[in-house]
Design a protein around this ligand. Sequence first.
Ligand code: PLP
Length: 389
Amino acid sequence: MPTRERRIPFNRPSVVGRELTYISQAIANDHASAGGPFTDRCVDLLRSHLDCADVLMTTSCTDALELAALLLDVGPGDTVVVPSFTFVSTALAFARNGATIRFADIEPTTLGMCPESLERLLDPSVRAVAPVHYGGVGCQIDEIHEVLDRHSSRTGQAVSIIEDNAHGLYGRIGDRELGTLGRMSTLSFHETKNFVCGEGGALVLNDPADRERAHTMLTKGTNRRQFMLGLVDKYTWVENGSSFGLSDLLAAYLLGQLERHDEVLATRSHVWARYDELLTPHQERCGFTTMSIPADRACAWHMYFVLLRDRNTRDGVLQALASRGITATFHYVPLHSSPGGLRCTDRPDAGCDVTDDISGRLLRLPFYNGLSDDDISYVCGALLDACSG
Ligand SMILES: *Cc1c(COP(=O)(O)O)cnc(C)c1O
């Protein structure tokens, strides 16, 4: 037992670069609203890294997904397939527009959407699919493309892929960046994610044909952007939309983080490797399985998790860690059987066995930039004690 009281939170956002300087500059700039100079700098940085058609900074990943739903015009009569094992927003953003949601199961290798499960849910009403790169590990997106291509050649109907890339910025499959593998993708800069600004997000466009309408929808359905670019002489309401834009104060905060992405990734990769080194040798003896990353994937280092034997063991270990000042968490409560999910699906009995199994056994360990080697050793010691007790 420790001789002093330790507290290790699950997450702790940190300042990594010039965030505070940039926020002061943003205030001095007299442009704290959306579409300011720091927003432009974040967009430039992300666009050149992702080599994509455009990036639109939004107030959250949820908002970016809502903007995607508007852009795709999904509504009543349309179906969107999402994994059951994800955060609420992946489904909610489409459900609130009136779309029907179908929940696909996940596969055990990456914990991303299972292509076979997706295939069973397809019919002509399906307009979009929103896979997640869980933990920053690329899902089986090539197989998902194959399933959708087969469906399209059979039905003549195109289905759009929106990658929910809330965990995966800077992750790759081979040399391809996560977030560039579908028609569009979304990012989160919520304080629990890898790069933060309190609350923030982005919509990444991979098809240049989506740009103009996306900008109109971002700016309350107006042609403000064309007006600012001098392309029209009046600025007026033209379309559906909302106030999706990120404040430039928050873009200033975010720029400070994104500029240091190499250091942040190195720090997080170190935390991940340290956990792995201390835990993997004890898997068999302690009856858990550690997180693994397929060889062709570059992880974005969003988290470290272990899979316990069963739900009771997991819940017991969570408590044992809590009693030693360590906050670990579960992930996710499956959406297919949630009250909200049942309200918007037409397949309430969709089997999501892997989701049910994983969600009952998964335990996420504290993971943040400032987590020291000593803290990691303490967490691992407590976990090993709890599992061998
Ligand atoms: C965090 C998260 C979101 C929501 O992000 P916000 O920026 O908080 O709206 C959506 N999807 C996934 C997979 C997430 O982890």
